[in-house]
Write a protein that binds this ligand. Sequence first.
Ligand code: 13P
Ligand code: SF4
Length: 351
Amino acid sequence: MKEEFAVSLEETRERIKTARERLGKDLVILAHYYQNIDIVRAADFVGDSLQLAQRASKQTEARYIVFCAVSFMAEMARILCQPQQKVFHPELSATCPLAEMAVIDDVEKAWKLLTATGRRFVPVVYVNSRADLKAFCGRNGGFVCTSANARKAMEHVMGQDAVPFFFPDENLGRNTAHAMGISDDEMFLWEPYEEISPDLSGVAGKKVVLWRGFCYVHVAFKPSDIEEARKTHGDINVIVHPECIPEVVRLSDYVGSTSYIKSTVEAAAPGTKWAIGTEINFVERLRADHPDKLVIPLKEWGCREMARVTPQKFLAVLENLVEGRAQPEVTVDPEDARYARVALERMLAIT
Ligand code: 13P
Ligand code: SF4
């Protein structure tokens, strides 16, 4: 692989264009909204995690998929695409810290203890998770969900008279449950880091079990950031991602996934003002795309892991493909892939 920083940004842009043209229809580039602008410009499709899952599952023509986001999202594309296709990621070690907060051994231990209480649980795993956890859900009648359809997944489970066991993002689970009219008293918080066995007597009568995990980017937004934005800009609308803490969600005017934030700001009248509580790359682009509105970040706060996918590393993957070196390729254990696909397909079916 070439020395990435030996190449200037200008040269990188030119070479991305050339490599992209040479790969033609053999290649599809999928990118998350949080990605760097040069990657977004080169992508065939940009979306939030649900849209990217939907797109990956329909991508039947291209031989290669280059997926730019944190690596669990590229794993998801690997699981959903056709077996003959190959998926590549510019920086496989760019993992999501939230996804690392639940590991299979701990989840299996929790599952054993929860199901031993005699209540019926259904596991619901946020897409920000390792493939083996998605497989766990596939094997146990559960679902994957994203921030765009967490409510649908929870409603589906509760409609079967079961209790959602939701991991690893506590805030998304709690905010979703609040939106469904469930109070904090009706939720049980699973503490994965405690040595002693939890007291499970409290599970009786609870409507939801949540795992204590969080996204370090979204928990950085504080009620004081909202107060500050309102003090400075008066009638500004505050819109945040549901990985934010419940107090921030409560004080905001709108809450939703990245695509929801995008479509809400797009549909707003010229002259309206928006303070946005999510990843900075995305907010900056939204600001550039809507000069007729005031769009500001609630706080300048980026995802370091998403940013590890640089234009230079992206270029290296494309040039590797042009030169016949298929790497870095995304692989998933076949058994995990099989069951993870079951849980992802259940999600797509109810969305
Ligand atoms: P979306 O589901 O909105 O794409 O969010 C994914 C994510 O990683 C948010 O931090
Ligand atoms: Fe993970 Fe948070 Fe980054 Fe999203 S913003 S990829 S949840 S660390």
